[in-house]
Structure formats: structure tokens, C-alpha cells
Design a protein around this ligand. Structure first.
Ligand code: GLU
Length: 467
């Protein structure tokens, strides 16, 4: 292992950044930061048909949004083909890899025959060189793949940072294809050359790769390369207990960004989903870095819990700076067709956020509140019928008249409200409830004087007249 801690995340740009990948990225990043090491971003784009620039952009944007800064990268595998070719040729020259000319049809026929006999459908070793063995004549017009000479017996053992010791017999695995007919390396080969060249000391990844690790360890050994340590994190299950997938709700980081989650909430929630530090549920990025040393990673799958994520998000919204929230809410308002310039003093958007942030678990919910101040309001007919009674109409009329003239601040508005109550012999709720329904469309709002002061005088007048 190299002396320096170096971790990496190696997403394939064939879609958005999946939550599972974001979580392993977070663990890799935290581990590097905890030990003063380095974190590398590598884009595994050798699946040329499925890789897209759009996906690369989304991955980079998600990493930036989560604040997962990298010390090197993005490094693109497709820019390293020369290097893979060189290592491949060396392995072939050393008799550790070989050309295989079996056609897909032949391979399928062999597999079928093995299946019929109830045997494992491993590669039959037809093109594997061996002392004294005569290989079949090279067929014309067939582009070969390159296979790795996997050890035929013995076993591969590693102590997984998450799962503990794992042993897999070499008899279970066959001679893996490490380069395709077009010369492009396969994942298991490119990943080893890269982790070696980039001096990666610790690999955190999803446990769907556990079956690849024995091959990778054998390739590292064949290259005489030092082995990194591996940690395989269990999958994330959806709240129905099935593997988290697109069909079961949002699985991309960007979707949560759009749905009004704060990056620090996502970071906190994702980190806790599969790792713990005592009973701590809410922690900052700095605390995570201080605590995360690769231990206390859960061995069993984590379950996605939307309610808990909302709770975590609500906490961070409550503590977020109001100007920052205003900027985020303005973006959400744009999606609702409401343009508010959060930077002007007159918009009062930061104050609106301050007033309503403890009632909102996402910035989308906060924007729905804010929309009542800047957009149109349609009072709920049942609430309107219930609260806007004949008894209060005269008081509402007087209020509208007084509010047209008073200074537009919370204290003056409060004084007007009291004056109207006294004049009509009403209690505060008898007046406040109908005013809330008319002005905000709902009877559930924060203190009325604060709400009215943040709404424009014109909007309040129009809405009261709607009584
Ligand atoms: N490109 C692989 C993936 O996205 C990387 C796996 C690894 O970290 O080795 O699953």
C-alpha cells in the first residue's frame, strides 16, 4: 500500500450520479480528508456507446453541489488507452494474458453444453496457453479479445473494510476478458491499471463489485502492483425494502437538488445511511471529516427513509442563512412562474424566509409559502365560509380602510389590528383567522402582523376586498 492515503470515486457517465455512488464518493472523500490524504475523480467512460457528456456534466455538478472537492481529476479513461495497451502487451509478453479467438457463438455453444451437464459455465480455456499445449489454428477474419490468465486454483482472500474477511476460490472464476475486440479494456482491467497508476490506497465502492474484486486482486498481483484496501458498502434499499431504483422514486443527486434539499442535509443524511458515530444524527461536514476513519460502516443494507431525510433537511433549513435561502427560494419561485429579485431590499424575500423556514422542510415548501406573498392566493372555500362570517365583515372593512393609511411596518399594523378589535368588540382570533384566510389563503400562518408587514400593502388591500 502506498504510504499516502489516496481514495477515488470512479463513476461511469452513463446516467446521473446515483445516490449509492454519491454515498461511496462521500465516504472516499471523508476518508481522504480525515487522514490528510487525496481524493481523485475518475470518469470510467470506456462504455463508449452509453457514455455521454451530459452525464459527465451532471456528475461534476452533483459533486460540486455536495462539496466533494477532488485533488486530481476528472481523469478520463478514454484518454488513457495508450497506457492500457502498454500494460496489456506486457502481460501478453509475460504469458499472463492471451488472445482468445473464440466467437460468441462458440462460447455460447460451450456454455450450453456445460449447462446441460449441470456444470459451471466458465470459459473452457481453449485459447489459454500452457506448456506442451497446442493451441487451435488462428481463424481468419476473427478479431481476438484478450483474456487474463487467472490462477486455476488457490483462493483470493482480502479483509474488507466493511464486510471483514472475504475468500473466493479461483475455481469459481474464469479467464476474464480484459480487452474487447476493438482493443478497449474492460472495467476490471482498466480499474486495476488506474488504481495502480493513481496510487489508490483505499477503494470504497458498492458491494455489487464484490465479485469483481478477486479478479482485480489477481490482476494487481500479476502486475506486481501493491494492493489497495477494499471496502464494499451494501446497497441502499428503497422504503419498500427493494433495491433503490428509478422506478421507486428519485435516485439521482440532482433530483434532490431540484426538489429543494440543501446539500449539507444530503451530505449528513447520506453519510449516516450506512455509517454511524455513536447516536449522532445531525452533524456538519467538519464533524464528519473529524469522525470518519473507515470504521463503523454498516454491513447490512441501509433503508432509504424519506421522512427522516425531510427531518434532516428541515433542520438545516431552519438554521440556514436567510439570504442564502432567499436565493434558493427565488429559483423555486421562477419554476412557479413568479419572478422575485431576492437581492433587492424591497423584495423582503429573506424576511419571508426567516418567518416561514421553521414550517418548511424543503425550499420547495418554503417557495410555496413565499408564493402567497408574491403571487396570487385562492382562499380555501370551506375555510373562507367558516371564518369570513357576517359578524366580522364590518371589522374587515374598517381594517382595510385603516391599513390603506398606516405606516407599513409590523408595529403599526399590530396597532391597527388592536384598534379594530376594540372598535368591534372582537377577540384576536375572530379577526385574525378570516384575515389569514383572505390574505394568505389559509388560517395556519405565523403571527398576523408579521405576515401582513411582509406582504405588499396593495396585495393586502385587494385580498381583503375579496371578502
Ligand atoms: N465505474 C464503476 C461503477 O460506476 C466503478 C466501480 C469502482 O469503484 O471500482 O460502478
Amino acid at each position: 500500500m502506498s504510504a499516502k492515503i489516496r481514495t477515488r470515486i470512479a463513476p461511469s457517465p452513463t446516467g446521473f450520479l446515483h445516490l449509492g455512488t454519491a454515498r461511496t464518493a462521500l465516504y472516499s472523500w471523508s476518508y481522504a480528508r480525515h487522514f490528510g490524504g487525496e481524493f481523485v475523480l475518475r470518469i470510467e467512460d470506456t462504455d463508449v456507446a452509453r457514455s455521454t457528456q451530459d452525464s459527465v456534466d451532471q456528475i461534476l455538478e452533483s459533486m460540486q453541489w455536495l462539496g466533494l472537492d477532488y485533488d486530481e481529476g476528472p481523469i478520463y479513461q478514454m484518454q488513457r488507452l495508450e497506457r492500457y495497451r502498454e500494460v496489456l502487451e506486457r502481460l501478453i509478453a509475460q504469458g499472463k494474458a492471451y488472445y482468445c479467438y473464440s466467437t460468441p457463438e462458440e462460447l455460447e455453444a460451450t456454455r450450453e453444453a456445460k449447462r446441460a451437464k449441470g456444470e459451471k459455465t466458465l470459459y473452457d480455456g481453449r485459447w489459454r496457453p500452457a506448456p506442451g499445449k497446442t493451441l487451435p489454428p488462428v481463424p481468419e477474419g476473427v478479431q481476438p479479445v484478450v483474456r487474463f490468465c487467472n490462477p486455476v486454483d488457490g483462493e483470493v482472500t482480502w479483509v474488507d473494510l466493511v464486510k471483514g474477511p472475504i475468500t473466493i476460490s479461483n475455481r469459481e472464476i474464469d479467464d476474464l476478458i480484459i480487452a474487447r475486440t476493438d482493443g478497449i479494456p474492460t472495467y476490471n482491467f482498466a480499474v486495476v491499471v488506474d488504481d495502480w497508476d493513481m496510487q489508490i490506497s483505499h477503494v470504497f465502492r458498492g458491494d455489487e463489485h464484490i465479485n469483481n474484486t478477486p479478479w482485480q486482486i489477481n490482476i494487481f498481483n500479476a502486475l506486481g502492483a501493491p494492493l489497495p484496501q477494499f471496502g464494499h458498502c451494501p446497497v441502499i434499499l428503497g422504503d419498500d425494502g427493494q433495491k433503490l431504483s428509478k422506478r421507486r422514486g428519485a435516485v439521482s443527486v440532482t433530483a434532490y437538488q431540484e426538489d429543494g434539499y440543501l446539500p449539507e442535509a444530503m451530505l449528513n443524511y447520506l453519510a449516516r445511511l450506512g455509517w454511524s458515530h455513536g447516536d449522532e444524527e445531525l452533524f456538519s461536514r467538519e464533524q464528519l471529516v473529524a469522525w470518519f476513519d473507515g470504521t463503523h460502516l454498516n454491513k447490512s443494507p441501509a433503508q432509504w427513509d424519506r421522512a427522516k431525510l425531510l427531518w434532516v433537511n428541515a433542520h438545516y433549513i431552519k438554521h440556514a442563512d436567510n439570504h442564502r435561502l432567499a436565493g434558493l427560494v427565488a429559483q423555486q419561485l421562477t419554476k412557479l412562474g413568479i419572478a422575485v429579485d431576492a437581492t433587492t431590499v424591497d423584495s423582503h424575500l429573506p424576511q419571508v424566509c426567516a418567518l416561514l423556514k421553521d414550517r418548511s422542510d424543503t425550499t420547495v415548501a418554503l417557495a410555496q409559502w413565499a408564493a402567497k406573498f408574491y403571487g396570487d392566493v385562492k382562499p380555501d372555500p370551506a375555510e373562507k365560509a367558516h371564518h369570513v362570517t357576517e359578524l366580522v365583515r364590518p371589522a374587515l372593512a374598517m381594517l382595510a380602510e385603516k391599513l390603506a393609511q398606516c405606516p407599513w411596518d409590523k408595529a403599526s399594523i399590530s396597532a391597527v389590528l388592536k384598534e379594530v378589535l376594540t372598535a368591534h368588540g372582537l377577540k384576536m382570533p375572530q379577526l385574525a383567522m378570516p384575515v389569514r384566510v383572505l390574505v394568505m389563503g389559509t388560517s395556519q400562518t405565523p403571527s398576523l402582523d408579521a405576515v401582513l408587514a411582509l406582504c405588499s400593502r396593495e396585495k393586502v388591500a385587494v385580498r381583503l376586498l375579496g371578502a
